[in-house]
Every structure is written in C-alpha cells, then in structure tokens.
Design a protein around this ligand. Structure first.
Ligand SMILES: [Zn+2]
Ligand SMILES: [Zn+2]
Length: 433
C-alpha cells in the first residue's frame, strides 16, 4: 500500500473567499432605497410639470459615439471607458454619460419630425474607470434633462432653473449656482490663442502641472489650486471678454432670463468644461456643507454634428445622484416613516399550510404583511415582530386552524383577542385606522 504523504496542512476546510462587488461599484440596499425613490420621485414630478418625456437608452453604445463626441478629451476618456468587444467584433462601450446616446436616438428615430423642441429626461447608471476615491464611483447614477432642437437662450435658462428647482425640492443646503459661457467655435479658438499667448510668456512661473496643461488643454489651467498659479489665473484673459457678438448677446439674454426669475447665480468667468461639444452657456451647481458639485450642464450645439448628419442645437444637464443622496442623508433632510406592518405568526405545520392562504387574502385586500415562516417557536417570531416594530401580530396555531379563528395581538398594549377567521381582513383594517 502506498503511503500517503503528509502535507502538513491542517484538515480544516480552506477558507472560502467571499465575492465582493467590483471596485467603485456599490450595492443599493433596501434600507437605502427610500432616498433614491425620493430623488427619482421629485425628478419625475418636475419632468411632468416642465413637459419632459422619459427616454431610456441602452447601457451599451458603439464606442465610436463617445469617442467622436468627446473630441480632444478622447484620450482621457479612452482610458476611462469600459469597453466590451462582442463575439461579432463590435466595440461597445458602457455609457460614460447619456448626452451622446440621447442625441443618437434623436437622429435614429427621426424625432425632429415630432414636436420641437424635443424635451426628455432619463436616469440610470453611468460607467467610468475612475480611481475610486471618496465620492467617485466607477458605476454612478445621473438624472438628466435635455432639450433638443432650439437655440433660444430661454431654454438655457429653463434648464438651469429646472435643476435649481430640483435641488431646492431636495432641500439641499448651501446651493451655489455658477454660470459662464464657453463661446462658439470661432470666439473660443480666438480666446484659446490669447490664453496660450498669455501663459506662454509665464511658462517659468507656473507649476509643473500647469506647464503640461498648457500643452494639452489650456482651459484646464483654471483648475490649478497651487499658490504660485492663483494670481496669474486672476489676471488671465477670460472667455467673457473675448466673446463674439452673437455669443455675447446670447449669453446676455440667458442672464436676463435668470435675473427676471430672481435666480441667484454667481458669474464665474473661470468655470470651464474641456469637452469640445459644449457651446455657449455652461453652469454648475454646488451644494452641501462641502460645497461639492452636484449638477452641471449647458448648451451642446456641436454634439449633433459630431455624431449625426447635421447641426441640431441642444441644451441639458445632469445631476449626480450619489452625491445628492449623500448630502440629504448626512443632513437628515428627510425622515421616512416605517410602513405599518402586520406580522403573521404560525405555530405548527398545519397552521403554516393554512396560514399562507390567510396571508394571501390579507395581501389581496391591500394589507402589508411580514412573516418569517422558517422560525418555529412563538417566542422567536414574536421577537422578530417586535424588532421590526410591528403594530399588530396575528397568531395562527393548531387550535385556531381547527376552530377557524385567529388571535390578534396589539403589540403596544399586549392585548389579545380571538376573532373569527372570516372577519380577519375587516378587523385588521379597523385597527390600522
Ligand atoms: Zn462666438
Ligand atoms: Zn498650476
């Protein structure tokens, strides 16, 4: 007989490694859902008031849509996009945003023949391969509003006012909306030349990061928070002073609409967005004690040309759902009442079997019931009912099955009553009133 070699390892079962959700991708558990429901509910209510229809586009799109639309920033986004290669050889991307998807749908379904402007809202998960740091997720959610097919500055103002209203209804404290313009292709190019000229002369005075920004995307120079760069930024030429006539009057009209609505915006000439498809109005709303950016958007007249057959003006924005929920949770801005629960207890096999029918009857009558039928003892089940703060408990045992009755117990007073099974719906409803 062969001798079995001892490995020296213990006989204990190897510890099974538990799966975790992927990095930067979170579960949203039942206990967290009331906040999500609240946010979505308010968003949908506003959508109705402002006449936006809901659109849902696929999570996956042809990667080219995002690569084309994100222009200069493509290189950054290429690294940040989750790319899926299909067996058929298609290169699909998990959407990093929905703006391009909505515009794609607009052309694909010839929506320009319908009512204009085309006003839609959407919400759902987006994906970016970010470094998961505080508040940055690889799967995150946005609530979007988009208006396609009109250049009128009134719509720029309407989008800003809508996001403002949204955040106000969510009771977010410390809201600060900032507004700027990024001009059009003509004046932006002219402005970028001036900006490069200005910083080109100061090359030795700016930080290493800024020297790099100057080469790649000079607008990003305004992101710098280094002390040596701040005074230079303050004296830098800004977009506002370099607008062409058309952009200037468009932006002035947006501001006039905002002022007419007593909208407390802060002009910020250094508020920029690197994406090529943005034109003219750009806004960002900050809020909460940390003053985080929670909603942003603007006009994106050029996107249509980048991914579609012709120019169709559009304006829209997105609200970061995780960030908003974090604020409303941490500031306890909403208190959700636990739903009144009736707890159903069965004792013995026979009661369990018949109990299901009684519960079905109650649920059919619109009564919310909780139960844990796996627990056998009365004590354990009563404990569970107490833990979930049930108002009433129904106890169904062998004797009750036989007599066609049920015990109804008020958890607060401890008072119990034996009632006929045929009257259970009526009695429960009476006591819940
Ligand atoms: Zn212009
Ligand atoms: Zn710098």
């Amino acid at each position: 007989m062969k001798k079995i070699k001892k490995t020296g390892k213990s006989d204990k079962k190897p510890k099974k490694e538990l799966f975790q959700s992927p990095r930067g991708m979170a579960d949203i558990l039942p206990v967290q859902q009331p906040w999500w429901d609240k946010l979505i509910g308010i968003g949908q209510e506003l959508a109705g008031l402002y006449d936006f229809g809901r659109i849902e586009t696929p999570i996956l799109e042809f990667a080219g849509i995002f690569e084309k639309s994100l222009g200069e920033a493509t290189e950054v986004l290429e690294k940040q996009m989750f790319i899926v290669k299909t067996k058929g050889g298609d290169r699909l991307a998990m959407r990093p945003e929905t703006t391009a998807s909505v515009m794609r749908a607009y052309f694909q379904h010839h929506l320009s023949y319908g009512q204009q402007p085309f006003k839609v809202y959407s919400f759902g998960p987006m994906f970016r391969y970010e470094h998961p740091q505080a508040g940055r997720f690889r799967q995150f959610h946005q609530f979007n509003f988009d208006i396609i097919g009109d250049t009128d500055p009134l719509y720029d103002a309407q989008i800003i006012l809508l996001f403002w209203r949204f955040l106000q209804l969510l009771k977010i404290p410390g809201l600060t909306p900032q507004v700027n313009t990024v001009g059009c292709r003509v004046c932006r190019q002219h402005y970028l030349r001036r900006l490069k000229e200005y910083y080109g002369k100061l090359k030795n005075k700016i930080c290493k990061d800024c020297q790099r920004r100057l080469e790649i995307n000079p607008l990003r120079l305004f992101d710098c928070k280094e002390e040596q760069c701040l005074p230079l930024k303050a004296a830098a030429p800004n977009m506002l002073d370099n607008l062409c006539q058309a952009c200037n009057s468009h932006f002035r009209a947006v501001l006039e609409h905002l002022e007419e609505n007593k909208f407390p915006y802060e002009p910020n000439p250094f508020l920029v967005r690197g994406l090529d498809y943005y034109s003219r109005t750009f806004f960002e709303i900050f809020g909460g004690s940390e003053k985080t950016a929670i909603a942003a958007g603007g006009r994106y007249d050029y996107l249509s040309e980048m991914i579609g057959p012709r120019l169709v003006p559009a304006v829209g924005g997105a609200l970061g759902m995780e960030r908003v929920i974090e604020i409303i949770k941490s500031e306890s801005l909403f208190i959700f009442k636990a739903p009144v629960k009736i707890y159903f207890i069965t004792i013995g096999e026979q009661a369990k079997k018949c109990g299901l029918r009684v519960m079905e009857e109650l649920r059919h009558a619109g009564v919310k019931i909780a139960e844990s039928l796996g627990k056998d003892s009365l004590k354990a089940q009563l404990g569970a009912a107490d833990k979930m703060k049930a108002k009433l408990v129904l106890i169904f045992g062998q004797k009750e099955v036989f007599e066609e009755t049920i015990i109804i117990r008020d958890m607060a007073s401890g008072a119990q009553e034996n009632i006929a099974l045929s009257r259970v719906v009526e009695e429960v409803k009476k006591r819940l009133r």
